[in-house]
Design a protein around this ligand. Structure first.
Ligand code: SF4
Length: 214
């Protein structure tokens, strides 16, 4: 509901949460957040992106606020990493700008991996080969109910072109490794089962299938 309002200015009830509409409308009346200031209408909302891990570096984008974005993402070939960007605009310094609205208690850093993918997608889509992408997180937690959307300095960062090129090399390498494992699995399907070699360096400590010596 909050994301739809961000994108359109419209509050639409969600059948699963019938009371949220009233609460959210009351909150908007109290706070009167300035949508235009937070997300200028020169930008675009709810952009689905798909970044290829192949050297061709292709990219796709889909704009919409309905379930179509998820369907579009699922329909991409497996060499694409997909994501949904809440807002893409132009920052005050002229750089491309990616914003993500978070409503949880503790907002993540805008330099966490989610933004790296978004920044890479936006950088690839930008025709000017900019030297950096501005990344922000807008924090609007559910509580306190009187709280307004915030974008403090710690939720503003940049990701440079050089960093994005490095990140691009990283995702290509990971894809190549994944392809190699997929090929090896056609020769020996057992390597996909949990086991001493497979789980030894895996960071998923809480995995229920984790191999153990016991
Ligand atoms: S610990 Fe779990 S996720 Fe990690 S390799 Fe083993 S089975 Fe896979």
């Amino acid at each position: 509901m909050v994301h739809r309002w961000k994108a359109t200015g419209i509050v639409r009830p969600e059948p699963a949460y019938p009371r949220h509409e009233f609460t959210f409308k009351r909150r908007l009346e109290r706070i009167r957040p300035d949508r235009e200031k937070l997300w200028p209408s020169t930008g675009i909302h709810e952009v689905g992106v798909a970044v290829s891990c192949l050297p061709t570096g292709t990219i796709g984008q889909y704009i919409g606020i309905d379930a179509g974005t998820d369907l579009w993402k699922k329909s991409q070939p497996d060499h694409f990493i997909t994501g949904s960007i809440d807002y893409v605009g132009t920052w005050w310094d002229g750089s491309p700008w990616v914003d993500d609205l978070k409503t949880g208690k503790n907002p993540p850093s805008p330099r966490s991996v989610q933004w790296w993918l978004y920044a890479l997608a936006v950088h690839r889509l930008h025709l000017g080969n900019p030297d950096h992408v501005t990344v922000t997180c807008t924090h609007w937690p559910r509580y306190p109910a009187t709280g307004a959307p915030q974008r403090p300095p710690e939720l503003l960062a940049t990701i440079t072109r050089t960093e994005l090129m490095k990140f691009e090399r990283h995702i290509r390498l990971k894809y190549e490794q994944w392809e190699e494992i997929r090929y090896q699995a056609t020769l020996n399907p057992d390597i996909l089962n949990p086991g001493e070699k497979q789980c030894l360096y895996c960071p998923a400590l809480d995995c229920p299938s984790r191999w153990s010596e016991e």
